[in-house]
Write a protein that binds this ligand. Structure first.
Ligand code: SAH
Length: 203
């Protein structure tokens, strides 16, 4: 699928119907998702791979991974209403994804590649920590994650503790329409990094 087609498809997906602030339900903006997918394609971490999307929300990352050739994609999401939207989005986009309603802490799944846009911990401090703990247990070949810039030290330490290498840290354009009452502006822009962490350098 071509870059423009993918952005168009992702832009058409339904968002959260009534986003829950405590769960930080903000869908990955299509351009930022594309940055993640381009990094993953260049590193051969999608095509033919098993992919797990932690906190899959309305399915942006799961659906993109499926459309770009992942062998098997599973999305895990605690909010059943978000899963209902994600399933509808996958059908509309022609993607094959299995969505599970579960807290990420409660799933014992493995995958070659993990993708995640977890809560950034802006509403509830450390809301992203169960996600990083789960990735440690899964120990995938590669992890693609979005995080706020102020999580850099935490992630660098996490990588050392897990014995994984940091392949990429790159600031992405992360802009979305006002979602929650505490958002003062019509468009919200956040300092977000894309991280690629890997366990081994060979494909
Ligand atoms: N990954 C999606 C959604 C990001 S928003 C995307 O990129 O568009 C973060 C998502 O994580 C929300 O849908 C929220 O409901 C979910 N979430 C938050 N805490 C969770 C937990 N402990 N277990 C599973 N999902 C969780």
């Amino acid at each position: 699928m071509k870059r423009d087609d993918l952005v168009r498809t992702l832009s058409r997906l339904k968002g959260f119907e009534t986003p829950v602030p405590s769960l930080e339900q903000v869908s990955t903006p299509p351009e930022a998702a594309l940055d993640l997918f381009e990094a993953a394609l260049a590193r051969r971490d999608l095509d033919g791979r098993t992919v797990l999307d932690l906190g899959s929300g309305t399915g942006v990352l799961s659906i993109g991974a499926s459309l770009l050739g992942a062998r098997e994609v599973t999305g895990v999401e605690v909010d059943p209403r978000a899963v209902a939207v994600a399933e509808e989005n996958a059908r509309t986009a022609g993607a094959h994804v299995r969505f599970l309603v579960s807290d990420v802490s409660d799933v014992a799944l493995v995958a070659e590649t993990v993708v995640m846009n977890p809560p950034f911990g802006a509403q509830r401090r450390h809301a992203d920590r169960p996600f990083w703990d789960r990735v440690a247990a899964i120990a995938p070949r590669a992890l693609y994650a979005f995080a706020l810039a102020d999580s850099r030290t935490f992630i660098e330490r996490w990588a050392v503790a897990q014995g994984v290498s940091i392949d990429l840290t790159r600031t992405v354009r992360w802009e979305f329409p006002r979602t929650f009452p505490h958002h003062r502006k019509v468009r919200v822009e956040l300092p977000v990094d894309l991280w690629v962490l890997r366990r081994e350098s060979t494909p």
